[in-house]
Design a protein around this ligand. Structure first.
Ligand SMILES: NC(=O)c1ccc[n+]([C@@H]2O[C@H](COP(=O)([O-])OP(=O)(O)OC[C@H]3O[C@@H](n4cnc5c(N)ncnc54)[C@H](O)[C@@H]3O)[C@@H](O)[C@H]2O)c1
Ligand SMILES: [Zn+2]
Length: 355
């Protein structure tokens, strides 16, 4: 079992290991001292792992209630959030008890936000079941829901007390959902880990190793900038353009695919502006393609810029964009609208010959 400590305001551990799900009742003992827990999960994950978790907890002497909501981003709303709060209240959970989020990023974000606000904050444990949740959303304490006007607009910083990640749980994922999570893992490689990048790009990787490497990178960034005031922005590599692609496609392009396309585009722009070599950009494109994602941007530079201009991450008329210096090294660059437009166009409108 691999243990990674996250040095947030309240430090916690991420435990990664195959078969660890079978020992959940033993591993949560230090956190869940009251032996009273509320499990939150979606219907798909519930049908796969819900009963096993509840049975194990009961075998360990825990008293457990479970809340199941319909799977998918469409459930990440104030309404589901309210239903979870009602469920916690009806289960008479106290501040000493614990919420357990079993699922992907949607479940983690919803349950974390409910745990952040129920009784002004109770403990929660993340058990990620998607690759995206394992390498990204289960660590770092960003919780929240979507509003009708946009994604992730209401939420709170609330760190989990423990993250239990069993790569065996990811084996039931379909290929596309797994590939979507791999985009985030590739992002970690481009940001800070050449070995990780090469193993993903080369197609020979071990899920446990990939998760551990990504969590280490995220733990370091979150430890240095828990509340997203500086360095944490690095985790947005490929996301500014990615979010614009998702939005312009009315979310028919998945997040992971959009981020893959966004990273390839930013790499092309970075090469064209002299931040990195064109070989580096070509390697990034090839790695994105190796995951099965397209590397082009299916919209014009002007259209993408139109959406980016309204990004919530802007401050004043400046936008922080993550540029690539090399594989394993990226940098935050603040651009005004004119610079941003030129930069975006360089990776989209004059798509290079590296495809
Ligand atoms: N909090 C953060 O820091 C952070 C970071 C990145 C993304 N996010 C959020 O995460 C969400 C996306 O996460 P996601 O991609 O995990 O989505 P998700 O939770 O909706 O899971 C994707 C699909 O996979 C299914 N599923 C989950 N585990 C499975 C398993 N083991 N086997 C088979 N099917 C399984 C789910 O039922 C769902 O249909 C978005 O809402 C995004 O905003 C949050
Ligand atoms: Zn992402």
């Amino acid at each position: 079992m691999i243990k990674i400590r996250v040095d947030a305001g309240a430090p916690y551990e991420v435990l990664i290991g195959r078969g660890l799900f079978c020992d959940v009742h033993k591993l949560i003992g230090d956190i869940c001292k009251t032996k009273r827990a509320a499990v939150v999960t979606d219907d798909v994950v519930d049908s796969l792992y819900g009963d096993r978790l509840v049975e194990q907890l009961k075998r360990g002497g825990y008293s457990v209630d479970k809340f199941v909501f319909p799977h998918g981003e469409a459930s990440k709303t104030l309404s589901t959030y309210g239903n979870i709060l009602d469920f916690l209240g009806n289960s008479a959970l106290t501040r000493a008890d614990t919420v357990i989020a079993l699922g992907g990023g949607v479940t983690g974000d919803l349950s974390g936000f409910a745990a952040a606000t129920y009784l002004r904050g109770i403990k929660f444990i993340q058990i990620p079941t998607t690759l995206l949740a394992a390498v990204d959303s289960s660590v770092g304490g960003k919780t929240g829901v979507d509003l009708p006007v946009g994604k992730n607009l209401a939420g709170a910083f609330h760190q989990p007390s423990l993250v239990l990640c069993d790569p065996d749980l990811l084996e039931s994922l379909d290929k596309k959902t797994f590939a979507d999570g791999m985009s985030e893992a590739l992002k970690c490689g481009i940001l800070a880990d050449k070995t990780l990048f090469n193993s993903i790009g080369g197609g020979s990787f071990d899920a446990e190793d990939v998760i551990a490497r990504c969590v280490k990178i995220k733990a370091k960034i979150v430890g240095d900038d828990e509340f997203d005031r500086g360095e944490r922005a690095l985790l947005n590599l490929g996301h500014t353009i990615g979010h614009a692609i998702e939005k312009l496609s009315s979310f028919s392009v998945t997040h992971g695919e959009a981020v893959g396309r966004g990273m390839a585009a930013v790499a092309r722009s970075s090469a064209s502006f002299g931040y990195c070599s064109s070989e580096c950009a070509a390697k990034i494109s090839a790695a994105v393609a190796s995951l099965g994602h397209p590397t082009d941007v299916p919209y014009g530079g002007e259209e993408i810029f139109g959406v980016v201009r309204h990004d919530k991450k802007r401050s004043g008329n400046k936008t922080s964009l993550i540029v690539v210096r090399d594989i394993g090294k990226c940098e935050i660059v603040s651009m005004n609208d004119e610079e941003l437009m030129k930069f975006i166009r360089a990776g989209i409108d004059d798509e290079g010959d590296d495809e």
